[in-house]
Design a binder for this molecule. Structure first.
Ligand SMILES: *[C@@H]1O[C@H](CO)[C@@H](O)[C@H](O)[C@H]1NC(C)=O
Ligand SMILES: *[C@@H]1O[C@H](CO)[C@@H](O)[C@H](O)[C@H]1NC(C)=O
Ligand SMILES: *[C@@H]1O[C@H](CO)[C@@H](O)[C@H](O)[C@H]1NC(C)=O
Ligand SMILES: *[C@@H]1O[C@H](CO)[C@@H](O)[C@H](O)[C@H]1NC(C)=O
Ligand SMILES: *[C@@H]1O[C@H](CO)[C@@H](O)[C@H](O)[C@H]1NC(C)=O
Ligand SMILES: *[C@@H]1O[C@H](CO)[C@@H](O)[C@H](O)[C@H]1NC(C)=O
Ligand SMILES: *[C@@H]1O[C@H](CO)[C@@H](O)[C@H](O)[C@H]1NC(C)=O
Ligand SMILES: *[C@@H]1O[C@H](CO)[C@@H](O)[C@H](O)[C@H]1NC(C)=O
Ligand SMILES: *[C@@H]1O[C@H](CO)[C@@H](O)[C@H](O)[C@H]1NC(C)=O
Ligand SMILES: [Cu+2]
Length: 569
């Protein structure tokens, strides 16, 4: 009798402690945000970096591990770091977007982020989430399967991470400040980069082009991350096939293609087999520019896939790599063929019914200037200023408290909870929109969700100013993309297109140009979660909103207490 009680107690104790404590690790890192000389495009810039590295350090963890990252700000700007795609279950305070989950870390101050990876595997990344610092403050975050388990595909011989970035021959903070002052669109970038390097097609760059070595016959896993600020990108490897196996740290039913498209914020894992004649082949990325008549950076960044047994030409030097081939810049059919091919590997638990149904019409706008305004501040089209909105609210980030702090401490006047679930005015979203509808209302409005609510959001792009593809990113959640299409979403016949069996799970949806995407998720992570366009120019103009997900019942359905050293505004 007594013995069995003791055994029972031991079992209880054992199940209360993590049984595989020795299998899960805590990784400690120090991120020093600082100004660093970085030579690109024939000039040395004073770029803001982490630990003097550009791109910043790669974090490598296994599913189940914890990260503790002490961010020390030695730069002259406010900064905060976002762990893009990490669910942050119960740790919204560690998510990072400034004035949403925290006040920024001021120059000379530091802050420690602590969080645990729960049931996520694949490729994510981290980046600054304040002003335009993420132009140079970013790096990869690779999550390997739990120790002892493996990928759901044959183990690749080698793995390489390719961070696609965007470079200005200027200080990106000056670029965004100039745009904010003038009301015009910010200057377009001067280069794209792969792992920080523009590559052979730019001046003063070819000696630093990134090379990825391969052995003939081996299969490599390429983890491709679009860390560009403002541009969707096509990505390809000359003469090689790409087998897509994952996106945004969720596995996919494998399929083969010649080109993939990533919006800023998105990641895609592809297998590449070195099955071509040994040689040198360009790995390359360039714009998918979906909007008509909107200027964009039309340059091409390259790295080189280099077979180790590549023959050297008789007279020394290296052979010219094989050239990549791309769809046209505006080839929406190619972009859509890719995004609509993504499927989860098997039947997934998509909510069949929903408790909360939102219809969010979003896009650009133009603010008219008062006649007394200084014309130098109204340099948008025809003397206006650019803006952007969701359901006609142009999001204004608070400045004296974070939304998280205001919600936890009941501080009034920081935000209101009346973000509209449907557009306040119904109109032909993708048609010729009357000018009367182009000017949204500024506001800091959040939408409250009960813990566990099953949520559907129809993300409807508008053609106000210009229709274009928008990468819409939700913090704190992965969601299923159950359908996408062009024109206006029509509940009469478009619900028939819903895939409730094997839709892809992502954290960023590429909403088609002049079209819509429908997403579903279960609101089982309490906190304040921003949903925004990941084109930084659009979030700057207000293309954002915040979900406030309430605590559920008991500790495991509630936010953890925030650390006492949270930065204050
Ligand atoms: C933006 O481009 C214009 C025209 O090339 C240039 O005069 C200006 O200095 C640029 N602004 C910044 C911040 O680099
Ligand atoms: C490279 O430099 C040359 C000469 O300064 C210039 O004409 C050309 O536009 C530059 N090319 C690129 C891609 O920047
Ligand atoms: C890129 O744009 C420039 C300026 O508009 C143009 O001269 C050039 O031909 C374009 N290049 C490509 C590859 O389309
Ligand atoms: C795409 O670009 C090509 C070449 O610039 C142009 O002829 C075509 O009209 C464009 N298509 C669309 C849909 O904008
Ligand atoms: C600006 O004005 C011109 C001339 O009135 C007009 O053709 C054009 O469509 C206007 N552009 C915008 C974005 O309003
Ligand atoms: C769009 O509507 C305006 C009036 O609201 C009209 O003047 C203009 O011609 C229309 N444009 C097209 C392409 O239908
Ligand atoms: C947004 O609100 C403003 C101010 O009420 C109004 O003028 C405009 O027509 C609205 N636009 C839309 C798309 O609802
Ligand atoms: C969807 O239904 C609407 C009417 O409700 C109709 O106008 C439209 O043509 C339909 N679209 C398709 C593709 O059947
Ligand atoms: C930096 O953050 C502090 C605290 O929120 C704020 O008062 C200050 O205005 C910010 N500085 C800039 C340049 O945004
Ligand atoms: Cu956008």
């Amino acid at each position: 009798m007594e013995a069995s009680v003791i055994v029972g107690t031991l079992l209880l104790l054992a199940s209360a402690l993590p049984l595989i404590a020795d299998a899960e690790e805590t990784h400690y890192h120090e991120f020093v945000v600082q100004e660093t000389p970085v030579k690109r495009l024939c000039r040395t810039h004073k770029a803001i970096t982490v630990n003097g590295q550009f791109p910043g350090p790669t974090l490598e963890v296994n599913d189940g591990d914890s990260l503790v990252i002490n961010v020390i700000n030695r730069a002259q700007y406010n900064v905060s770091i976002h762990w893009h795609g990490i669910r942050q279950i119960r740790t919204a305070w560690a998510d990072g977007p400034e004035y949403v989950t925290q006040c920024p870390i001021r120059p000379g101050h530091s802050f420690t982020y602590r969080f645990t990876i729960q049931d996520q595997e694949g490729t994510l990344w981290w980046h600054a989430h304040s002003s335009w610092l993420r132009a140079t403050v970013y790096g990869a975050l690779i999550i390997y399967p739990k120790r002892g388990s493996s990928f759901p595909f044959p183990k690749p011989k080698r793995q390489s991470t390719l961070l696609l970035g965007e470079w200005w021959d200027a200080n990106p903070i000056d670029v965004v400040r100039e745009a904010t002052r003038t009301g015009a669109a910010p200057n377009i970038s001067d280069a794209y980069t792969i792992n920080g390097q523009p590559g052979d097609f730019y001046n003063c760059s070819s000696q630093d082009t990134v090379t990825i070595p391969v052995d003939f016959g081996e299969t490599n896993l390429l983890r491709v991350i679009n860390a560009a600020m403002n541009q969707e990108l096509f990505f390809t490897v000359a003469n090689h096939k790409l087998t897509v196996v994952g996106a945004d740290a969720s596995y996919l039913k494998p399929f083969t293609t010649g080109v993939i498209m990533l919006g800023p914020g998105q990641t895609t894992d592809v297998l590449v087999t070195a099955d071509q004649p040994p040689g040198r082949y360009y790995i390359a990325a360039r714009a998918y520019a979906s909007a008509q008549g909107v200027p964009f950076d039309n340059t091409t960044t390259t790295a080189i896939l280099e077979y180790k047994a590549a023959p050297c030409p008789a007279k020394g030097g290296l052979t010219q790599p094989s050239q990549p081939s791309f769809p046209q810049f505006n080839d929406t059919a190619a972009a859509t063929a890719f995004t609509s091919s993504l499927r989860s590997p098997r039947k997934v638990p998509v909510p069949a019914n929903v408790d909360e149904s939102l219809f969010v019409a979003f896009g650009l706008g133009l603010n008219n200037c008062p006649s007394a305004a200084n014309p130098s501040t109204c340099q948008g089209p025809n003397g206006t200023r650019f803006t952007a909105s969701m359901n006609n609210i142009s999001f204004v980030f608070p400045s004296s408290f974070s939304i998280l702090q205001a919600s936890q401490q009941g501080i009034p006047g920081v935000y209101t909870t009346d973000f509209p679930a449907t557009p306040p005015v119904k109109f032909d979203y993708t048609g010729n929109v009357s000018r009367d509808l182009w000017q949204p209302i500024p506001g800091t409005k959040v939408y409250k969700l009960k813990y566990g609510a099953r949520v559907q959001v129809v993300l409807q792009g508008t053609s106000i100013v210009a229709a274009e593809n928008h990468p819409i990113h939700l913090h704190g959640y992965d969601f299923y993309i159950i359908a996408e299409g062009f024109g206006n979403f029509n509940p009469e016949n478009d619900t028939a297109k819903f895939n409730l069996v094997d839709p892809p799970m992502r954290n960023t949806a590429s909403v088609p140009v002049g079209g819509w995407s429908v997403i579903r998720f279960v609101a089982n992570n309490p906190g304040t979660w921003v949903m925004h366009c990941h084109l930084d120019v659009h979030i700057t103009w207000g293309l954002a909103m915040v979900f406030l997900v309430e605590n559920g019942i008991g500790e495991l359905e509630s936010q953890e207490p925030v650390p006492v050293d949270m930065p204050v505004c």
